[in-house]
Design a protein around this ligand. Structure first.
Ligand code: ATP
Ligand code: LTN
Length: 332
């Protein structure tokens, strides 16, 4: 790999990507491929912290991989792989867990939210999830981690764990930084604009899935919850409209001022249709490319096998350093 900064990020195969995943994460990943050494991962080990049917997980994993490529990740330029194909992740997880405190994991808001959502399955994996994630990042000596704002707390924990390990055992890990864009770092639910748009939302109208057809996308935007005003403007308390404006801004490249001018004197109805159309048109090439890729599973397999080989080679350099530092005796 050339001497460029290292980017790493991951996405869970818990369902088709939403517009939130696309705008907050994957869209930015594609843009970084020229200037950085990029490593992107389908985090299937993270996904089983919440119950997944085995067949669904298998399908979603291959689909998520195809979606990464369909969104523009080029497997020739970036390393794109499936987490469970690289055993270093599970191994690093254990060692790092022994440098992570119970108290700091207890403070993770995602753990609290997911425990509330699944009170009958508050498993240990859900609790230690951020340790696995810290390993994902630290194994590759990543400089930057492009994520949506919901992952910021996990990133901070990864830095703390790395720092603690470095202090205890000597310099081992580079300290990673979160890379979070200003617009689109948190796309909100279309039905409850005070909560995050999430793949696993029970209400299908709350989410735009990036493979949905144009009519469905427009219909969902038409039903989006807004407020009782009629003026399209970005302002405090107008969560629904603010959300639609940031989506429209990202897919069209227009500023908030441009958008306010464009819709001056026009109602929310017109604006919602315009957002729906712009989003559907923006996503059309992704849908087409996804269909082509899914018709060629052999090619996908070739790509993820190769990705896993490269990822494993890079990660084991760090893992063997970790093992040495903590005092594990080498087998030969
Ligand atoms: P789940 O609902 O299963 O927890 P998710 O939709 O939150 O899934 P993840 O796989 O956890 O998706 O996240 C993948 C990436 O997408 C992360 O970088 C995350 O920060 C980002 N992301 C997720 N939802 C949003 C959102 N609504 N707005 C912006 N970024 C998001
Ligand atoms: N936890 C992340 C997915 C993820 C990730 C990572 C993101 C797993 N490993 C490493 C960045 C870096 C999420 O989006 N829920």
């Amino acid at each position: 790999m050339e001497d460029k900064k290292i980017i790493l990020s991951g996405i869970q195969p818990t369902g088709t990507f939403t517009l939130g995943n696309y705008i907050g994460a994957v869209r930015n990943w594609t843009k970084m491929q020229e200037d950085y050494n990029c490593i992107y991962m389908i985090a299937n080990m993270h996904a089983i912290t919440v119950r997944q049917g085995p067949a669904a997980l298998r399908n979603h994993t291959v689909e998520a991989y195809a979606l990464l490529l369909a969104c523009g990740i080029d497997p020739e330029k970036s390393v794109a792989f499936i987490q469970s194909h690289n055993p270093a992740h599970a191994e690093a997880n254990w060692v790092l867990a022994c440098s992570t405190q119970f108290g700091e994991l207890s403070r993770m808001t995602q753990f609290k939210a997911k425990s509330e959502k699944h009170p009958d399955d508050i498993n240990a994996g859900l609790f230690t999830y951020p340790v696995l994630m810290a390993g994902d990042i630290l194994l590759y000596q990543s400089d930057l981690v492009p994520v949506g704002i919901d992952q910021k707390q996990h990133l901070e924990l990864a830095r703390d764990v790395a720092q603690r390990f470095n202090q205890k055992y000597g310099d081992t890990f580079k300290l990673p930084e979160a890379y979070i864009t200003e617009v689109g770092a948190k796309i909100m639910s279309l039905q409850d604009p005070t909560s995050k748009m999430s793949k696993s939302d029970d209400n299908p109208n709350a989410c735009i899935f990036i493979l949905e057809d144009k009519d469905t996308i427009i219909r969902k935007f038409k039903r989006a919850v807004t407020d009782s005003e009629t003026c399209v403007r970005f302002a405090e308390g107008k969560d629904g409209i603010n959300n639609l404006m940031s989506i429209y801004s990202v897919v069209t490249g227009k500023s908030y001022d441009d958008i306010e001018r464009e819709f001056e004197g026009r109602g929310y109805g017109d604006f919602k249709i315009a957002v729906g159309e712009a989003v559907a048109d923006h996503l059309a090439p992704v849908r087409e490319s996804f269909a082509r890729l899914m018709a060629n599973k052999d090619y996908l397999k070739e790509c993820y096998t190769k990705g896993a080989e490269t990822a494993t080679r890079i990660a084991y350099k760090t893992l063997s350093k970790m093992y040495k530092k903590v005092g594990f005796v080498p087998s030969r």
